[in-house]
Design a protein around this ligand. Structure first.
Ligand code: AMP
Ligand code: MG
Length: 407
């Protein structure tokens, strides 16, 4: 089987083309308690105001701010959750704790620290402004206000907000199911004997973890020998079970590279190579509504291609408002050699310095077989094509793929 020849697409063009072929999956209702990490599909308006009542923000005495008498009779005590209907009028006060609902008539709370209680009366040691130490009903959130928009991932703050509003079920996008297949006669399972010339499968665990990080549900299709029928069967199986198929290996121009011709046979191949190092042989196809990515075999190439091309697509499938990681400008800490014909995404460590700059250093040898170049990296440094080096001190762009470090 021989593959067609494909134009070498610039990275941005290929990434945009993939997103054009990607649309959000359907939605489902889930319990809020199970919704961590899911992406909200519908706008959410507050069904109630927050706080739901005028609440005291301190421990003190609820009073009438217009009353000028320094001494007030204490009529009752309100603690959080235990409201009292006793009205406050001139010459009276109600003792109140933080979070307690203001009694009728009162319009302010004087902090306990500015009072002295003598038996059943309290002496105010300073004047009180109207509204002082009161969080009025609806001050945090107005009833009907839009509090969450579609495309928002549900994290700790969002889940707390849902609970505070009494929202226990939410409409979220379905997680993409992603079938992951490794290919190659030399590839063996990590727990198997490794005969001379064989290599353990590192791409499947890497890619399955990357799928999880991107919010997808990975499914393993195992390892396929470099055999047309075996690969065809597993690719079909993956496309039946999942929304997205990821293969690794078998997309170059070797005699046993079968992924491109198989995807041509089963669907439509839109991308056959990109001007990116590492990751040139990236292949992207659609088979009906399903997406198929033929990622390169080299461990670093497959992970970098995942980051640049697959991750944004998985986020688009699950309705994320933000598809891309942040791109920042960094200052090179050392000379970086360029590649003549392709943009290179070098794995780098970006550190924030006290002078306000982000500085980048690469993770050493950038061989595409060297997974250690990816370990600990928090950025992919854009190195434009050309001759010679980018000298230390040059400003260039970097895609932040992990946590920023501080110097
Ligand atoms: P290929 O494109 O299939 O020729 O693979 C390119 C290189 O990546 C070869 O050195 C393969 O042995 C290696 N490789 C392919 N698949 C994997 C895998 N799943 N895990 C680790 N290395 C792999
Ligand atoms: Mg191979």
């Amino acid at each position: 089987m021989a593959a067609k020849t494909y134009p070498l697409l610039p990275v941005e063009e290929a990434a945009a083309l993939i997103l054009q072929h990607t649309a959000p999956l359907g939605t489902e209702r889930v319990r809020a308690s199970e919704a961590y990490g899911r992406v909200l599909a519908r706008e959410l308006r507050a069904p109630i105001p927050m706080p739901p009542f005028d609440a005291s923000t301190v421990d003190g005495y609820a009073v009438l701010s217009t009353d000028s008498s320094p001494r007030r009779q204490v009529l009752a005590v309100i603690t959080a959750g235990r409201p009292v209907a006793t009205p406050v009028a001139a010459g009276t006060a109600v003792r109140i704790m933080t979070g307690g609902p203001l009694p009728p008539g009162a319009d302010a709370v004087i902090m306990q620290e500015y009072t002295r209680q003598e038996d059943s009366t309290v002496v105010l040691q300073r004047a009180v402004r109207a509204g002082e130490n009161v969080n009025p009903r609806g001050a945090d959130i107005a009833e009907g206000q839009v509090v969450l928009t579609p495309g928002t991932p549900l994290g700790p703050a969002e889940l707390g907000l849902l609970a505070s509003l009494g929202v226990t079920e939410v409409e979220v996008y379905r997680r993409p199911r992603v079938a992951v297949l490794s290919t190659g006669d030399e590839i063996v399972e990590a727990d198997q004997e490794v005969p001379y010339g064989a290599i353990r499968d590192s791409n499947r665990p890497s890619l399955m973890a990357a799928v999880r990080e991107a919010g997808g549900e990975p499914l393993s299709l195992g390892i396929a020998r470099d055999d047309e029928d075996v690969q065809r069967r597993l690719i079909r199986q993956g496309l039946e079970q999942a929304d997205v198929l990821l293969t690794s290996g078998g997309v170059s121009v070797g005699t046993r590279d079968l992924i491109k011709p198989l995807l041509e046979e089963l669907g439509t191949v839109y991308i056959g190579q990109v001007a990116l190092k590492p990751g040139k042989p990236l292949t992207f196809a659609r088979v009906g509504e399903r997406l198929a990515f033929g990622l390169p075999g080299n461990p670093v190439s497959s992970l970098v291609s995942f980051e640049v091309f697959v991750r944004p697509a998985l986020r688009k499938l699950q309705g994320h408002a933000r598809l891309h990681r942040p791109t920042v400008e960094v200052v090179l800490e050392h000379d970086v050699r360029k590649t003549p014909d392709r943009t290179e995404y070098q794995r780098a460590i970006v550190t924030y310095h006290p002078d306000g700059t982000l500085r980048a250093r690469t993770t050493g040898s950038q061989a595409s077989s060297r997974l250690l170049s990816m370990v600990g990296a928090n950025a992919l440094l854009h190195v434009p094509p050309g001759q010679g080096v980018l000298p230390a001190g040059t400003r260039t762009r970097a895609l932040l793929v992990g946590e920023l470090l501080t110097a």
